[in-house]
Write a new protein. Structure first.
Length: 140
């Protein structure tokens, strides 16, 4: 039995990347987890969520009885924190970004805005929110 690589690829990743099984789709952007693997892999790729949208993935998580903090967790960029740190990436700047992100997430949680919900056909909450550190120095 070959070893496995399990990825959390979801359908928007596939659609936006114009993956091999969607060759007629226009490429919007390239995702690191779609089409970037070598042809001669020595393991079997498993992507159980590949044809599900984010809301459907959350429904699966709820049906499996996963904790709400896992089901409703904010998405994190696959390549890592550095993609949200524009400019020079240093340990000090990454620590500042982690701190800013913790403040943002905490405030959204306090305001009960970390979960998407629909009430009377209006969306409440956030589907995705994160802090970005810009190489800008300003006052005011």
């Amino acid at each position: 039995m070959p070893p496995f690589l399990v990825q959390g690829t979801i359908y928007p990743d596939v659609v936006e990347s114009s993956a091999p099984d969607r060759s007629k789709a226009q490429r919007i952007k390239t995702h690191h987890n779609v089409g970037g693997l070598p042809q001669n892999m020595t393991f079997e790729l498993v992507e159980p969520l590949r044809y599900l949208f984010k809301d459907e993935v959350r429904l699966v998580g709820q049906a499996l009885g996963l904790p709400p903090e896992m089901v409703w967790r904010q998405p994190f960029p696959g390549p890592g924190l550095a993609v949200r740190c524009l400019g020079e990436v240093t340990a000090e700047r990454l620590q500042r970004l982690r701190h800013a992100d913790a403040i943002l997430t905490s405030e959204l949680a306090t305001a009960n805005l970390l979960r998407m919900s629909t009430t009377e056909n209006q969306l409440a909450g956030t589907a995705q929110a994160f802090a970005v550190l810009l190489p800008v120095q300003s006052v005011g």
